[in-house]
Design a protein around this ligand. Structure first.
Ligand code: SAH
Length: 461
């Protein structure tokens, strides 16, 4: 992040605009909305701008900036809005020397702060900034937000502000307080505000506060999908954003973690192969501990929690401890990787069934029902199979599978680093070695792999 967003309180604060034309006027309009005391320095001034200056009890200084004897650090901020790039640059340099916040309109290199695009639902104000890279994009996002954010949301924020102190007095614990507000906003209160039925809304908030009880903790076992954040389900996203604690493992991508509630406690229990950051029993115990403290815990797992995810074991423990839970399925690696690699897992001409297997080695050798795996017209999908790949291919050939059966190995599927290596049972292991493939990888074995030639739609590294 190259910029730090803040919201400035400018009521009655002296601000200076350099320039008296239309650009200056547009900036003055915005400053006026926030109650600033606006002064302008310029040899000439538009009538509308002068009116704003006077209304805000600022000062019009009729002079060229170059000749000024102003004390720039008397101002909270300065906006350079002349049509002379050199003058704007001079304003910038003088302000920088004095540590005064400065903006040069449409000139990002000469800005210490940028003015974002805004959606104004005062007291709620949403700002969108692009660090000067694309104001048009920011404005487009603003337009989208304008259409989806109800106008009553400002009133909602105002009433919430009026009750904030009382809620704080009654509910001391900040986590509990957050749950109070979230539950309040999820119920009829919000609708009453939006319909301007404010007396009724006040009654609801009053009653909810009287009846408030300490919440019970619960656990959401959530599938985060294979990597691409856009493959999350709506439910996963909602629960990720309301959880107080997120317990996640290695397969959950950074981009997905970014979507969790910012102030949630995030606990990494990652599992690299046979190197568990927190052993399974420890994870189960963590879930129980936090839920018993009344927290809403999101147990976030790669793919689908019930497919090679040990999700079942985790919720069994919750069941025994009497903790309520919900399970949210995710897109499993087989679905995600096959789709993004252009390999349909079934196809009327090539495969009528598909089988998910784990290639995880036990005592150095995978234990799989080899005879059942060599049927024609069956696609095999191998999870956790990178280390044992060579052995698995050998075994399949020994049990009668064709050595030229197509195989695809997908690394980091659905992410921007997705890589696909295609070969046959006979040569895939050596091709993988040549290509320096990184975990996680998924292997697809079957005739369907050939379809990739036609159906590949993703560009890869
Ligand atoms: N519950 C998960 C699987 C957990 S087992 C799911 O439903 O997808 C971990 C294995 O999943 C990895 O060893 C790898 O085989 C596979 N996997 C998960 N994400 C993957 C990805 N983005 N690309 C390739 N393989 C992946």
């Amino acid at each position: 992040m190259d910029i730090f967003p803040i919201s400035l309180k400018l009521q009655q604060q002296p601000c200076l605009i350099v320039g008296g034309g239309h650009i200056a006027y547009r900036k003055a309009l915005l400053l006026q909305k926030s109650g600033a005391k606006i002064s302008v320095i310029s040899p000439e001034i538009e009538a509308q701008l002068l009116e704003i200056v006077e209304k805000s009890s600022g000062q019009y200084i009729q002079a060229h900036f170059e000749d000024h004897d102003l004390k720039l650090n008397d101002y909270r901020l300065v906006i350079a809005a002349t049509d002379q790039p050199l003058v704007n640059q001079q304003v910038f340099e003088e302000c920088e020397n004095l540590n005064v916040l400065v903006n040069s309109v449409d000139d990002p290199p000469h800005c210490r702060f940028m003015v974002p695009a805004i959606v104004d639902r005062s007291p709620l104000v949403i700002s969108i900034a692009s660090n000067g890279t694309s104001p048009v994009l920011s404005r487009q996002i603003r337009t989208q937000l304008e259409t989806v954010i109800p106008h009553g949301i400002g009133t909602l924020a105002k009433i919430s502000g009026e009750w904030r102190q009382r809620v704080k007095q009654k509910i001391e614990n900040p986590d509990e307080r957050r749950i109070f507000w979230e539950e309040l906003y999820a119920g009829p209160f919000k609708e009453r505000v939006f319909n301007n039925n404010l007396a009724e809304a006040e009654k609801i908030i009053h009653q909810s506060l009287i009846e408030w009880n300490k919440p019970k903790g619960e656990v959401y076992l959530v599938g985060a999908g294979p990597g691409d954040p856009e493959l999350l389900t709506l439910k996963a996203l909602r629960l990720m954003q309301q959880a107080d604690v997120v317990i996640y493992d290695r397969l959950v991508s950074g981009a997905i973690m970014e979507l969790c509630r910012r102030d949630a406690e995030k606990i990494y229990v990652g599992k690299a192969r046979s190197n568990h950051a927190v052993p399974q029993e420890g994870i189960n115990a963590l879930l129980v501990k936090y839920a018993n403290e009344g927290k809403r815990v999101c147990r976030l797992k790669g793919g689908d929690p019930f497919i090679f995810g040990r999700g079942g074991e985790e919720i069994q423990e919750l069941y025994e401890a009497g903790i309520s839970f919900q399970v949210v399925p995710g897109i499993t690696a087989a679905s995600g990787c096959s789709a993004y690699a252009g390999i349909p897992l079934t196809h009327r001409d090539y495969a009528q069934s598909v089988r998910f297997l784990t290639g995880h080695l036990k005592e150095g050798s995978p234990e799989l029902p080899w005879n059942e795996l060599v049927y024609e017209h069956q696609t095999l999908v191998l999870y956790m199979g990178l280390v044992g790949l060579e052995k698995i291919c050998e075994k399949l050939i020994q049990h009668g599978q064709r050595a030229d059966m197509p195989v695809a190995l997908i690394s980091k599927g659905t992410t921007p680093e997705q890589k696909v290596v295609v070969g046959t049972l006979a040569d895939i292991a050596s091709k993988v070695l040549e290509n320096q493939i990184q975990a996680p990888t998924l292997t697809i074995i079957g005739e369907v792999v050939k379809l990739r030639e036609q159906l590949k739609w993703q560009d890869e590294l």
